[in-house]
Design a protein around this ligand. Structure first.
Ligand code: IPE
Ligand code: IPE
Ligand code: MG
Length: 251
């Protein structure tokens, strides 16, 4: 495959070295609104437009898996009105993007405590996941009511139950088996994690899965994030040397 082939319109990106999974902590909607003396909800509305741009761009580039952290287990502690606005935006997004997902061969998936979401959100999610389940151009994974510690606790509970029933020997539990008992079982670990808005933390996102993920944190607020910056980050990612604890090549 020629990385400079004319059908691939991204001159700074090597298509043979694309991350197979990009995960994004979409942060800064509130600050974006505050800077403009607007209600935080306006920031979330603008943030939803960025989601559309980023999904489209990743699909065009050919990223196979994209996970977006949209709502954390801790976000349930926000004011009720803000939670409601976020849930409504989510329904709007699922309704308005279904056609685009079909047109662009995108499969939708979700990780997190989906059963805690309002019934209407669950219905829209189920519908989109069901309708798009045969699409294989890109997998879009929404992390909703997602918390990595809760995901890990559930995995431990399931494995402990199996062990107590004699269905698995404790010594037979490997990293691979642990991965198979997480919500992300079908998805490779992220190669690249992006966080917008400059906070230097993980906020309970994919703790197990990011063991060797490359991290990029930008000060840009999520509503201001877009195609050009994403392309820049991908080109920076491609210049990094991933050593996985080994010595650098040639040393
Ligand atoms: C990210 O933006 C969206 C969610 C967490 C749902 P925030 O709402 O956290 O924005 P800031 O961090 O307050 O600026
Ligand atoms: C992380 O952002 C969660 C999502 C982006 C959904 P938060 O704004 O909730 O994280 P903290 O509070 O800054 O750690
Ligand atoms: Mg935040």
């Amino acid at each position: 495959m020629n990385s400079k082939s004319p059908s691939f319109d991204f001159p700074d990106i090597d298509r043979t070295k694309l991350p197979s999974h990009v995960a994004i902590i979409m942060d800064g909607n509130g600050r974006w609104a505050k800077k403009r003396l607007l209600n935080r909800i306006k920031g979330h509305e603008k943030g939803a437009d960025t989601v559309r741009t980023v999904v489209r761009t990743c699909r065009e580039i050919g990223i196979p898996n994209l996970t977006l952290y949209a709502f954390s287990t801790e976000n349930w502690q926000r004011p009720r009105t803000e939670i409601q606005a976020l849930m409504n935006l989510l329904i709007q997004f699922l309704d308005s993007e279904l056609k685009e997902m079909m047109d662009n061969n995108i499969r939708l998936d979700a990780i997190g405590q989906i059963e805690r979401l309002p019934e209407k959100v669950q219905q829209a999610l189920r519908r989109n996941m069901d309708v798009t389940r045969k699409n294989d151009g890109m997998r879009l994974i929404l992390a909703l009511s997602y918390g990595s510690r809760s995901e890990i606790v559930q995995m431990v509970q399931k494995l402990a139950l199996k062990a107590s029933k004699g269905e698995i020997e404790p010594e037979a539990i490997t990293s691979e088996i642990v991965s198979q008992y997480l919500d992300t079982r079908e998805i490779p670990d992220p190669d690249l994690l992006i966080r917008t808005s400059g906070e230097l933390r993980i906020s309970n996102f994919l703790l197990w899965q990011i063991a060797y993920t490359e991290i990029y944190i930008t000060d840009t607020l999520w509503p201001d994030f877009g195609r050009d910056e994403l392309l820049h980050i991908l080109s920076v990612y491609q210049q990094r040397e991933r050593r996985y604890g080994k010595v650098a090549e040639g040393e």
